[in-house]
Design a binder for this molecule. Structure first.
Ligand SMILES: Cc1cc2nc3c(=O)[nH]c(=O)nc-3n(C[C@H](O)[C@H](O)[C@H](O)COP(=O)(O)OP(=O)(O)OC[C@H]3O[C@@H](n4cnc5c(N)ncnc54)[C@H](O)[C@@H]3O)c2cc1C
Length: 470
């Protein structure tokens, strides 16, 4: 993967840039030593690494504003960073730029019970939001698997999803307001504590803007009432195509489950060895589905889903009879990513979305591609949303394997676009999928997006090398 050519002239001014940062921030909030900077050299896409000029950790909006204004006026690039869990290289540093870490913005500012919303600083981990309201029977719905670590600011920047997003929406569907600092140093407020507002939908524009349009300094999200009950079913199949078909039929029947996931044989095997969730090992695919709501509704829907599964040729259908059993069904799915990490020295997590009716076709095609490239692919994904997460296993120490994994990933994502889907479901474009953007957008689309970027960041200094092809 190519990165933008670093400006030698900016690197030569490193000492001057650090001195300027130390005037804005306390000394211990400006990291300069190699061992400190190395902590920030990559994000969740760890195949790519780059030591930045410096890392700054502001604590106030005024400090963020002063850092951005200095960088804008002095032609210095800035990479905003939350918790660094991006899987698309969104927070990958550049050699001639400053990493602006929002890690110290880590406070929940207010729980507004009357308006049913939480106001939080952007560095707050996703899981803390539910933690703040669950005592009174509420929850914050978007739940990325990384929720223990990833920040709400990073979630907004990536429009993050999770297993509950089929029914309850992505981050953008639960976002009410933002405070942001522009690259030129001005602070703006978008939205508020209510749904919708007049004028252009700038809140929508910022959601998923991947750190290219401004730095988020405050987030307001809505929270929801916890469903009265939830019941899960573990449905196994002898082919992944049947599992895909089952998912499509559940949705076509007018049922919207709280969660609807698929795991294939490799992922099942890895998870079972890791989490001992009681998954069957002699099947090709598992559908995990959860119905939530009032008891009577969940009981009725789970029966209907069981019947659809039988009609689709399921080998077995297990329905949770207790909360403990339901949690156990999910334990394997939740552990799937780390579990697959034990199968090979490295894996490359893709993220494409396809129309649900294409699930069976695309899963079959991916199996052929995996054989062609000689790299195993494990599948664990948000089937209800058609959001695929093929995990390509490889060994970066073997010459050429990373490039092979990248080529296989590009072929999978190109197929997603060809069948009417999109390049990313929730992980963002970042540096990873940047060069594939022309498979989805034509020149007019790309030029329009570039003009939007220019309106917010005229010198193209904010998160360069991401989203727009080089
Ligand atoms: C094991 C694992 C499982 C995952 N599962 C999921 C999943 O289920 N669903 C999902 O959607 N994602 C998932 N992810 C990906 C990742 O957690 C999300 O993309 C998350 O939203 C990133 O948040 P972060 O705080 O780590 O952001 P970072 O990685 O630090 O940054 C991500 C992007 O946001 C920008 N950014 C961060 N903070 C700000 C800010 N304050 N202002 C402006 N821009 C900012 C950065 O510049 C970058 O472009 C997973 C990752 C891992 C490692």
């Amino acid at each position: 993967m190519k990165m933008p050519q670093p400006a030698a002239e900016v690197i030569a001014r490193r000492a001057e840039i650090i001195a300027a940062m130390q005037k804005i921030l306390p000394r211990d909030s400006v990291l300069t030593e190699d061992d400190e900077l190395r902590v920030y050299e990559c994000d969740g896409l760890s195949a790519y690494r780059q030591i930045p000029l410096t890392v700054v950790l502001p604590e106030t909006v005024e400090q963020v504003s002063a850092v951005l204004r200095f960088c804008h006026e002095n032609g210095v690039k800035v990479v905003p960073r939350g918790a660094g869990t991006s899987l698309s290289g969104g927070a990958l540093p550049v050699a001639d730029g400053v990493v602006l870490s929002m890690g110290k913005f880590n406070r929940i500012l207010e729980v507004d019970w009357e308006n049913r919303c939480i106001v939080a600083q952007p560095g707050v981990p996703n899981l803390w939001l539910t933690g703040a309201v669950e005592g009174r029977g509420f929850f914050y719905a978007p739940d990325p698997s990384s929720q223990i670590a990833c920040s709400i600011g990073g979630n907004v920047a990536e429009n993050a999803g999770g297993v509950h997003c089929l029914k309850y929406g992505l981050t953008g569907n639960n976002l009410l307001g933002l405070e942001m600092v522009l690259m030129t140093g001005e602070t703006i407020r978008l939205g508020g504590r209510h749904m919708d507002e007049g004028g252009y939908d700038l809140l929508g524009l910022m959601t998923g803007s991947e750190g290219l349009l401004g730095v988020i300094t405050e987030v307001t999200v809505r929270f929801l009432t916890k469903p009265e009950t939830a019941r899960a079913a573990l449905i196994s199949f002898q082919t992944v195509e049947q599992a895909g078909d089952c998912v499509a039929r559940i949705i076509a029947a007018g049922i919207i489950p709280g969660c609807l996931e698929i795991m294939d044989r490799l992922a099942i095997k890895a998870s079972e060895a890791f989490a001992q969730a009681g998954y069957p090992l002699d099947v090709e695919a598992l559908v995990i589905v959860e119905l939530d709501g009032p008891q009577v509704e969940a009981d009725d829907l789970i029966e209907r889903v069981g019947a659809i599964a039988e009609e689709t040729g399921a080998v077995s259908v297990r329905i949770s009879e207790s909360e403990l059993e339901r949690m156990k069904f999910w334990a394997g799915r939740k552990a799937a990513f780390p579990a697959v990490g034990r199968l090979a020295p490295d894996y490359y997590c893709m993220d494409g979305t396809i129309p649900r009716r294409e699930l069976a076709h695309v899963l079959g095609a991916m199996r052929d591609m995996s054989e062609k490239y000689g790299l195993p692919v494990a599948n664990v994904f948000h089937a209800g949303d058609g959001n695929l997460h093929p995990l390509i296993l490889y060994d970066a120490n073997q010459p050429g394997e990373l490039e092979k994994a990248e080529a296989l990933g590009a072929e999978i994502l190109t197929l997603c676009v060809e069948v009417g889907g999109v390049l990313t479901g929730e992980h963002g474009v970042g540096s990873e999928k940047r060069d594939l953007m022309p498979t989805m957008f034509n020149e007019v689309d790309m030029a329009l997006q570039a003009r939007v970027k220019q309106a917010f960041d005229p010198k193209a200094l904010l998160n360069p090398g991401k989203v727009f092809p080089i």
